[in-house]
Design a protein around this ligand. Structure first.
Ligand code: KG4
Ligand code: ZN
Length: 358
């Protein structure tokens, strides 16, 4: 078993954790920068990188203090080094390499998306997954839905990911955030759309379900965004902001229903194509209450095992990076001191199924 210090700074959350290759989280601390970016209506990369430099080392110091662990007990230091915002990644990677060198330990760069794939299998004092396909090399499907990615992977085993389909334009999280912005929720809007949907009628507004009837597993969420914009303009013209407020729960509920319909339909096809027994829903948007409900109901109907992480492991966190890293360290994998960051995944990270979204 290997134990690692993990650093996640691929976007705007600064997160650190100590995790082992069984998925056990000894400690995990995160700071979000939502307030710093809210007034700009989106993430400003320069501000994100600068804030990571403020927060990262004090957070690591606090992590050692709350876990009562020492660097000497670590086997390696791992950090997300792809994909993500370059400035943000550089802060995490440079810190990881420096600490590893100072402590005479190896370091390893981890793919952020692999972190999301292992997130449902983390363990702590309050959460234990019901099924662990990694242990038996059992293949499963991963629906990874975040602010930057929306993809369905056929996970053949840990480290072997085949892309079956992905969004051709906006990620689902991005669509949620843009919709939230139109409604004046600020940034990030996803969670606010979720909260505002309470009590709304999911079929009051008929938002487009892009590519839902296509046999392939590619997805599209940009039409949803344009249609929402037109609808909100129209409602505003008719009844001003008062009407928008009256309709708010219906609008949010109908919007997330459209997203859930597409994701569930594609997952259903992916299951037909692969015949696996297990599915995971992961990434920031897997925190969405309606999507969780819909995917749970679907998994029951199709009699497949389903694992969704608890909310703290849905959105970006270092624990998931630590688990992926520790599993790789256990296999003897390390990065060079010269290994750098990349805004994209590397060609060896994923394969593509024939006819899958490029
Ligand atoms: O995985 P994540 O933390 O970061 C990326 O890797 O992108 O995902 C962030 C995304 C944002 O778009 C955010 O609005 C969305 O996840 N999100 C939600 C909810 N919580 C977070 N979207 C819908 N409903 C939620 N409850
Ligand atoms: Zn993420």
């Amino acid at each position: 078993m290997k134990t690692v210090l993990a650093i996640e700074t691929s976007c705007d959350d600064t997160s650190v954790a100590i995790v082992n290759s069984e998925g056990w989280v000894s400690g995990s601390l995160s700071l979000n920068q939502d307030q710093a970016h809210a007034k700009f209506g989106g993430i400003v990369p320069e501000i994100a990188s600068r804030n990571h430099t403020f927060h990262l080392l004090p957070l690591i110091e606090e992590l050692f203090s709350v876990t009562a662990m020492k660097p000497q007990t670590l086997d390696a230091v791992v950090a997300t080094n792809r994909p993500g915002l370059i400035g943000s990644l550089i802060v995490g990677v440079t810190t990881a390499k420096s600490l590893a060198m100072a402590w005479d330990r190896p370091w390893l760069g981890v793919n952020h998306l692999e972190g999301h794939v292992v997130a449902p299998f983390l363990k702590d004092s309050q959460y234990h997954p019901e099924f662990e396909p990694f242990r038996s090399d059992e293949p499963f499907l991963a629906l990874t839905v975040s602010g930057g990615h929306t993809s369905i992977y056929h996970v053949h085993q840990f480290g072997k990911y085949e892309v079956l389909g992905a969004t051709l334009d906006d990620a689902a999280g991005e669509a949620f955030d843009k919709f939230g912005k139109m409604l004046g929720f600020g940034f990030p809007g996803g969670i606010k759309v979720d909260r505002a949907s309470a009590g709304g009628e999911p079929d009051k507004y008929d938002f487009p379900r892009g590519l839902i009837n296509e046999e392939h597993l590619s997805m599209s969420f940009s039409g949803l965004k344009s249609s929402a914009m037109r609808l909100i303009d129209e409602l505003e013209e008719r009844g001003g902001t008062e009407l928008i407020q009256t309709e708010l729960a219906h609008l949010c509920s109908s919007f997330q229903e459209a997203v859930a319909d597409v994701l569930v339909a594609k997952l259903d096809r992916a299951l037909d194509q692969t015949g696996v027994n297990g599915v995971i829903l992961t990434g920031g948007v897997s925190a969405n209450s309606r999507l969780r409900e819909r995917v749970k109901a679907w998994a029951e109907k199709r009699s497949v095992q389903l694992q969704i992480p608890p909310l703290r492991y849905c959105t970006d966190n270092a624990a998931m990076i630590g688990f992926a890293g520790a599993l790789r360290v256990e296999r003897g994998e390390f990065s060079e001191w010269s290994t750098a960051t990349s805004p994209y995944s590397l060609p060896q990270d994923f394969t593509s199924a024939p006819g899958a979204t490029p």
